[in-house]
Design a protein around this ligand. Structure first.
Ligand code: 5GP
Ligand code: MN
Length: 339
């Protein structure tokens, strides 16, 4: 058990922050049972990195319980091992460590019961926080899956076709199909390696992008009718009633904001969704200089420089006014980065 360590042992772990990969592997080798989780409303990176880390831990002869607060979106349910992910709101049990992927704090998991565990944080967001006992935050990683790949490499693990499939999914989805994010030569080198190890890029792309539900298209139509554009800024929204009328799930909102960003001359876009309890979820996207992570962080959210999110108080017109004013400021001062 690593929790509750003191004195020399805690100094060892503090020093280990210089080499977080080695430190994380040491915890995995020393322990027996681990909890692996990610943020609520999990996306492709959250699911793919959880599944591949779970496999790595099992390859090391240990046990990994995979948990999310929200159910896995349909497009990721066929990923190898996805059946084993438990949807819970409270975790129980004795774990040698809990590994949080893609989270800037325990709250982002929406899981209760984590506080007393030894926490390991693996994240790639610019708004990432060193909230855990052991933190590995790498802004240069395209996805957390890329970091799990590096962990697997350092552990000397065998890259199975199943792991390669999950890891490729993290690359594909966190770059919107290799379209944005920190995509560079090494991203394609990793993609190549994953395909060589058994990931099928066409099958994965079809599963993720060509399996749209009719509800999603209905919702998209409703959002597009409300599309507004002023200069470099575009916005669109859906009400809770739209969600009900189109029988849409929250995962059906994924990608709607990118359509607004795709307008020629627009370089900042926002999609707003009214939640049943009246709060408003925001998805922010930019291309070029405007740092939407800084905007989201100011409003209590976070993310990447070009893709971020947050939740605001309603009603919708008020949230819209607030975000448009913030985005206009950010667009007028594009060099004001939060880092
Ligand atoms: P999306 O718009 O797709 O929901 O989120 C875009 C990016 O921002 C993702 O990397 C996501 O993890 C991050 N993000 C979205 N909402 C929040 C939030 O409320 N808090 C933090 N810390 N990150 C968020
Ligand atoms: Mn990610």
């Amino acid at each position: 058990m690593v929790a509750g360590m003191e004195g020399a042992e805690s100094r060892t772990y503090a020093a280990a922050q210089d080499d977080p990969v080695a430190a994380i592997l040491r915890v995995l080798r020393d322990g027996e049972r681990f909890l692996v989780c990610s943020h609520s409303r999990p996306d492709g990176d959250a699911i793919g990195s959880m599944l591949s880390l779970g496999t790595l831990i099992e390859q090391m002869g240990k046990r990994a319980d995979l948990v999310t607060a929200d159910r896995i979106p349909a497009v990721y349910r066929k990923l190898p091992g996805a059946d084993a992910v438990q949807t819970l709101l409270r975790v129980d049990g004795r774990y040698d460590a809990a590994i949080l992927l893609e989270c800037d704090g325990v709250e982002r998991t929406r899981l209760r019961g984590l506080e007393q565990l030894f926490l390991i944080n693996i994240d790639h967001h610019v708004t990432g926080q060193a909230f855990a006992a052991l933190n590995w935050i790498d802004h240069s990683a395209v996805s957390v899956g890329e970091m799990v790949y590096r962990l697997a490499l350092a552990a000397g693990a065998k890259l199975t076709p199943e792991m390669a499939t999950c890891l490729y999914t993290t690359l594909l989805t966190d770059t919107g199909g290799f379209l944005y994010g920190a995509v560079r030569a090494s991203t394609f080198a990793l993609a190549r390696e994953l395909v060589a190890a058994g990931a099928n890029p066409v099958a994965i792309a079809h599963e993720v992008y060509f399996s749209v539900s009719p509800s999603k298209l209905l919702l998209l139509g409703m959002a597009l009718r409300r599309l507004k554009r002023k200069g470099r800024l575009a916005w669109l929204w859906v009400t809770h009633q739209d969600m009900v009328r189109s029988c849409a799930a929250e995962e059906d909102c994924e990608g709607i904001v990118n359509i607004a960003l795709g307008i020629a001359g627009v370089d900042v876009a926002v999609f707003l969704r009214e939640l049943p309890e009246g709060l408003i979820r925001l998805s922010l996207r930019s291309r070029g200089e405007v740092n939407v992570a800084a905007v989201a962080a100011r409003l209590g959210g976070g993310g990447h420089e070009n893709a971020a999110g947050c939740t605001l108080d309603g009603p919708l017109p008020r949230a819209l006014e607030e975000i448009l004013s913030e985005l206009r400021n950010a667009a007028d001062n594009p060099t004001a980065r939060s880092g």
